[in-house]
Write a protein that binds this ligand. Sequence first.
Ligand code: PEP
Ligand code: MG
Length: 321
Amino acid sequence: RKAAEDERKDEPAVTTDGHRVAVVANIGGVEDAQEAMTKGAEGVGLLRSEFVFLGRTKAPTEEEQAEVYADCSRALQPGQPLVIRTLDVGGDKPLPYLPIPAEENPFLGIRGVRVGIERPEVLRAQCRAIMKAADAGAELNVMFPMIATIEDWRAAKKIWDVEADRLGLTTKVPVGIMMEVPSVAVMARQFAAEEGCDFFSVGTNDLTSYTLAMDRGHPKLAAQVDPCNPAILALIGGACDALHERGKWLGICGGVASDPQAVPILVGLGVDELSCSIPAIPSIKAQVRAYSLEQCKELAAQAVLCSTPAEVRALVPMDEA
Ligand code: PEP
Ligand code: MG
């Protein structure tokens, strides 16, 4: 089966009734971008930009960053999109040049975009670096991690807009929101109505943790932190409906996008893009091709009515490879 999947890895992922789903990669650097191309990725749905910042004593300069983002973009095929997530660190992952006081509860504290809003110098420089790479020809999108409130979004977007004005940005860089806090999924309608908000990407890893109030790394709880929990699927489905009404698209960049068992359900919920781990790309494309959109919608409708993740998973039987 794997050989058959590999053979078609460079073809688009289209359901049997003609519905296309974008299949892109999650990457953490330039080498990943190159590797993603060899697996049939149609672009990058999540560049975890932390790799530019970690393991150094000084912040990377704007020029250094612009260079790296441009290199990642050049590794893709012309016209393929690259979504850069702004720095996602916090109390649990401090940087020497960006001291954040240790917190008792770092996952509910100053992390993700909250760092950028509280200590904006690093986020401002990163925004300018992304803009410079875009104006030099890279096909870039930007998104902010850990947005929880409309005020978070407006504060982050303001930082972006001020830097765009200062720099005289001439290229259109779509700006998006990571949906990884339940409030954003619940209020998708209001977020979609915000000016200048172009797209959404669901971080199911954090979304699942925050919805179930379970740490995904907890030894006793990790097994229950399943993104196929009907609560998570209902959040994603509701958000898709609200966003599509406003003409905004929604991708998934959390781990569930790499789970073939979840794929038909996600497609049926209305997800437009699956951003996967690099090795998963051929099999995820194959799984999209194995269903019709009608079948996917039927599965999604059943999944949100299930009571447990096990019931959801039983809807999509998987034969062993
Ligand atoms: C997520 O939370 O699903 C996500 C993609 O972000 P990270 O795994 O980097 O926290
Ligand atoms: Mg996350």
